[in-house]
Design a binder for this molecule. Sequence first.
Ligand code: NAD
Length: 484
Amino acid sequence: MIKIAVAKGDGIGPEIMDAVLSIFNAANVPLEYETVEMGKWVFDKGFNNGMTPEAQKAIETLGILFKGPMETPKGKGVKSVNVTARKTWNTYANKRTFQTLHGVDTVFSKAGIPINVTIVRENIEDTYGGIEHMLTSDVALCRRFITRPGSKQVIKYAFEMAKQMGAKRVTCGHKANIMKLTDGLFLEVFKEIAAEYPEIKSDDVIVDDLCMKLVTRPDLFEVVVLTNLQGDIVSDLCAGLVGGLGFAPSANIGDDISIFEAVHGTAPDIAGKNLANPTALLLSGIGMLRHLGLLHSAATIENALLYTLENGIHTGDFGSKTTASVGTQAFADAVIANFGKQPHYNAKELLPNSPITITMKQLTENPLIVTENQPTLSIAGVDLFVEFAGQPKALADNLLAHLSGNLKLVTISNRGTQVWPKGSVFTNLINQYRCRIETTDGAILTQQDIVALYAKVATTLHVTSLEILHKDGDKALYSLAQGQ
Ligand code: NAD
């Protein structure tokens, strides 16, 4: 028996989790469950991360969490427990498989175009760091972190998974044409890791083009790896291709702890009404069984589910309008009644169960995942972000009065577009400028030089934020302004 943690969640969570566990129990799945307390009512009890300390301990001991959707209380300034769980336990790869399900009609199924695409979304970084500040009352800033070690973890996972699945192609979705440093780093790491898997075709596609291609020829894609926000959007697009959120499973995979859940949320509009479709959570559970080596259990349940769908049994959110829909538990009961039946399409082979042994590391310190042999970076200048509700020339004159020696005002931009020394009078201005100051002779600055400059500028301007300009040798590690 493998013991896992189970959190039923909020809204439709308890209904769909009970339905799924009834299927697992009827199939004699060799799992034991420890119910843990997470979700909205745990926030309401005063636990700001949405889980009790006992829940955290149980999950860190067992290594597997099977969870229902959870609601984040609004207006309390607390963060989503779903995101907290994924990030705290470093479940760096969010795997979402979308495949044609016979019995779930879509434009593609009607056109005979089969879909079987797995999205691997980076799960920790990007704007999901949620590091946000108001720089002026008009201007909000969100920091987007893309890291080399974080990108390596998820891209390596995507290739290993592709190898195990027998996939022939892994595609990287990105926007490196615009975000040359952040998406550029992700793409660079993708190319490095792809070279380690010559047997798998690898390619990359700009994310907007990817969306267009996915809705026109979804059958061309097998595995797509993306950064967090782009992956979130693209995976919901793929959910739509196969029939909607009711059919979108998700696995959050880490080296130590993994979390299995449906993509959808708590569906408050149908909660408690026995209307919810348990398929997405069931598919997530089937993925979890495979992850745990319970291949026979997974195939038994998946074949019964596919058979049930093929036979037109459906909850209210999909299927024929001319046949009556069934409730959540009745759908689960129909799956149970179909154990042992062979679906017409995509029947799974009944391989024996070979359960994995989960051995949790006894960590006393947080793992450091830093790239070795880091170059020593030098400081070439600084971007000062200042609040200023005036014309660029007035701001430049104000700044120039503070600069002496080899310090030079190189450019001023507003929302990333250069407005000084050159620019267009048609560029609309907000009250937040970026002022780039570098040395004229390429001399290297110290942090103390930057602090001294900050102190001087702060006597006449409100500096809202600053960013050091680093160089690796002659290579500038910062982007240019638009039009610079
Ligand atoms: P949602 O996914 O809960 O609902 C969107 C729509 O899809 C609704 O009309 C709903 O009825 C329908 N739907 C969703 N799941 C369904 C199912 N299994 N069967 C039938 N219909 C289903 O998205 P939302 O309304 O934006 O979010 C509601 C809450 O869920 C929010 O508090 C949000 O933060 C939370 N949420 C949690 C998770 C998670 O736990 N991982 C994910 C997304 C949203």
